[in-house]
Design a protein around this ligand. Sequence first.
Ligand code: SF4
Ligand code: SF4
Length: 152
Amino acid sequence: MAHFFSFAKTALKNLFSKPATTAYPDAPVDYPARSRGHIDIDIDQCISCSLCVRNCPTECLAVDKNAGTWTINRFDCIVCGYCTVNCPKHCLKVVKGYQQPGPEKKAVTYQKSPEVMAAEKAKKAALAKKKAEALKKAQAAKEAQAQQKEGD
Ligand code: SF4
Ligand code: SF4
């Protein structure tokens, strides 16, 4: 009889309390506070230094400076967070939530915005111009020095 009352108590409690399960995928997932989730990037802050690539223990990252892309193979990422610690621009972070399920194992590529690409190109061109001018100046000074020596 004692077992029956215990069972009835549990059954009644479960009937009137919130279910322990959720209606995922209809209801959003409530991830635990310290769940690792996945790596996210603020791609327009990335300077394509490749430090994250060099520090990744599973070699799941790739950076293409010329194309302005950052690629991650999420199937190989162990979400250790080393890349976030080593990024000088702090543009990588571990965020809650897991990757979307899919039929194929493919890497995800993030592309810098056209505005950022144009700004980087302009900066590169300005730097190259400055370098060429400095080189020209140094060459002219060298030639002037040589001419002066010949005159002496
Ligand atoms: S979290 Fe770890 S494994 Fe994943 S990309 Fe960053 S360094 Fe690589
Ligand atoms: S370390 Fe940061 S800034 Fe450098 S390539 Fe990786 S994401 Fe970009």
